[in-house]
Design a protein around this ligand. Structure first.
Ligand SMILES: *Cc1c(COP(=O)(O)O)cnc(C)c1O
Length: 433
C-alpha cells in the first residue's frame, strides 16, 4: 500500500516511510492511496474468525508488503493480548470496554501495534529512532508501555509537572530502560510546543531520526479499526443497526471506525461525543469549521481545540458535507452533564464509567432521543481509576485499584526536570550516541 499526503505537496510513499516519518514532508497527514472493501462472505462468516484473524484481514492491505504477512500475524498477536468485552447497559445501550490493556487506556492497542512495526523496520538498523511525545496524561503511559524494551527505539516523553494524576505519572516515570520521562515546568501546551519545535529543528533532525506516536501516525491510527470489528462480532446476532458513540478528542479513534465502515463493516451511524471542546459539533450545525483554543474539562484526554484527524474524515467523505452529516452526529456536554451521567450509570445500571465513557454514554442517549431504532455502543476509553478523584466524587463511593495500577504505584519515579527548549535538546542529543 502506498500513502499520500493530504497536503498534496509531497510524493506518495510506503507504509514504512509513513510510519518512520509520522508526518509527510509537506506537513500533511498520510492517508492510504486506496481502500478495498473486504468480501461480503467475510462479514457473513465473521463468527468463524478469531479476533486475531479479523484484525489481520482488516489491516493487511494497509501494511503489506512492508510488513510481511507472518510478521504481521505476530505483531497482531502481541498487540491483542487482552480482552475487548461489550457490556450491556440497557436494551438500547451497551459499552465496548477498551481499557483492559496494560495501561488501561484504549491507546494501548495503537501504541503496541506501532511500537512493533517500528521495531521490525529498525531491527537491522544501526541508527536508532527516537519517538518524541508530549502527553497531558493518557497517551504517554500507553506509548511508554507499548515501546518498552523495543530494540532500536528510544522514547522521550514530556509531561507537565504536577498536572497529571499520580497514577498517570507513575505509569510514565517508572518504566526506565529505553523510556525517558521529562517533567516540564509548564503546562501541556508548553510540552507540545517543545515537541513541535524539535521536529522543525534541523540541527536535531540532521543528527537523529525523530518520529511521533500520536494518532497522526498511520501505525497508531489504523489498528484502532480492530475493536469496531470485535464489537460487531459480539453484537450482530442480537442487533441489526449498530451505532458507535465515540468520545472524541483528536478524532483518531472515530476516524478509524469510519475506515472500518469503508472496509464494509455494517455500522449504521457514528456519534462524535464531545466535552465542551465542540469544534466538530458546531461544524455539523453551521458547516463552519472554526478551531479554538482548548478548554480544560474533567474528560481531559478530549480537550482538543483543533482535532488533527478531522482532515482524514473530510477525505473519507470526499469533502461532501451532506454525506458526512448523514453518517455522523455530534453532541457536546458540560462537566456537570458528565458528572450526572457518571452518577446515573452507577445508580441505575451499577456501571462505573470514567468521564470519557460517560460523555460517550450521553452521546448515545442524545442520539436515541431523536427517535432512532438502533443499538448504540459507547466506547469506554479508559478505566475509571485513571480518573479516580472525579469518579469517586461523582458516584460517592471508593473504587478499588486494579492489579495493573497497584503494581505501578509501588515503583520508584525517575524523571528529568526541564524548563526550556534548550534543556530538551540537550537531553535528546545525549540519548543518541
Ligand atoms: C485519547 C483519548 C480519547 C480521544 O481519542 P481521539 O482518538 O483523540 O479522539 C478519549 N478518551 C481517552 C481516555 C483518551 O485517552
Amino acid at each position: 500500500m502506498k500513502y499520500r499526503s493530504l497536503n498534496k505537496k509531497a510524493p506518495n510513499t510506503t507504509f514504512k516511510d509513513a510510519v518512520v516519518r509520522g508526518i509527510a514532508p509537506d506537513k500533511g497527514l498520510y492517508f492510504p492511496e486506496s481502500i478495498t472493501p473486504l468480501s461480503t462472505s467475510f462479514f457473513e462468516n465473521i463468527d468463524d474468525f478469531s479476533y486475531e484473524e479479523i484484525a489481520f484481514e482488516a489491516i493487511k492491505q494497509f501494511v503489506t508488503p512492508d510488513i510481511p504477512e507472518p510478521v504481521l500475524k505476530t505483531i497482531i498477536a502481541e498487540t491483542l493480548s487482552f480482552e475487548f468485552p461489550v457490556v450491556k447497559v440497557n436494551d438500547q445501550i451497551s459499552t465496548l470496554e477498551l481499557f483492559h490493556g496494560p495501561t488501561m487506556a484504549f491507546k494501548d492497542v495503537g501504541a503496541r501495534f506501532m511500537a512493533r512495526c517500528l521495531g521490525y523496520f529498525n531491527q537491522n538498523n544501526t541508527e536508532e529512532v527516537t519517538v518524541l511525545v508530549a502527553t497531558s496524561g493518557d497517551t504517554g503511559g500507553a506509548v511508554a508501555n507499548g515501546f518498552l524494551g523495543v530494540k532500536g527505539v528510544n522514547v522521550v516523553i514530556l509531561y507537565p509537572s504536577g498536572k497529571v494524576s499520580d497514577i498517570q505519572e507513575k505509569q510514565l516515570t517508572t518504566l526506565k530502560q529505553n523510556i525517558t520521562a521529562l517533567e516540564v515546568d509548564g503546562v501541556f501546551d508548553d510540552c507540545q510546543d517543545m515537541v513541535k519545535r524539535a521536529f522543525m529543528d534541523e540541527d536535531l533532525t540532521s543528527k537523529m531520526q525523530l518520529t511521533s506516536a500520536n494518532s497522526i501516525n498511520v501505525a497508531r491510527w489504523l489498528p484502532q479499526m480492530f475493536y469496531f470489528f470485535f464489537a460487531y462480532k459480539q453484537l450482530h446476532k442480537r442487533h441489526k443497526d449498530i451505532v458507535f458513540s465515540v468520545p472524541s478528542g483528536n478524532f483518531g479513534n472515530i476516524c478509524a471506525g469510519m475506515m472500518a465502515q469503508q472496509l464494509g463493516l455494517p455500522i449504521h451511524h457514528f456519534v462524535a461525543s464531545n466535552n465542551e471542546n465542540n469544534v466538530v459539533t458546531e461544524y455539523l450545525t453551521t458547516q463552519l469549521y472554526q478551531p479554538k483554543p482548548s478548554v480544560q474539562t474533567i474528560s481531559n484526554a478530549m480537550d482538543v481545540g483543533n482535532p488533527s484527524n478531522f482532515i482524514r474524515i473530510q477525505e473519507i467523505y470526499k469533502n461532501d458535507f451532506e454525506s458526512l452529516k448523514s453518517n455522523l452526529s455530534s453532541y457536546s456536554f458540560s462537566d456537570d452533564d458528565t458528572r450526572e451521567a457518571l452518577k446515573e450509570l452507577y445508580t441505575d445500571f451499577s456501571y462505573v464509567a470514567d468521564p470519557h465513557g460517560a460523555v460517550g454514554y450521553l452521546g448515545c442517549k442524545a442520539y436515541l432521543q431523536t427517535g432512532q431504532d438502533a443499538h448504540c455502543v459507547f466506547l469506554e476509553t479508559a478505566h475509571p481509576t485513571k480518573f479516580l478523584d472525579v469518579v469517586e466524587a461523582a458516584i460517592n463511593k471508593k473504587i478499588d485499584l486494579p492489579p495493573q495500577i497497584e503494581a505501578v504505584m509501588d515503583k520508584e519515579k525517575e524523571s528529568i526536570s526541564i524548563t526550556t527548549y534548550e534543556d530538551l535538546k540537550t537531553v535528546l542529543l545525549n540519548t543518541i550516541g
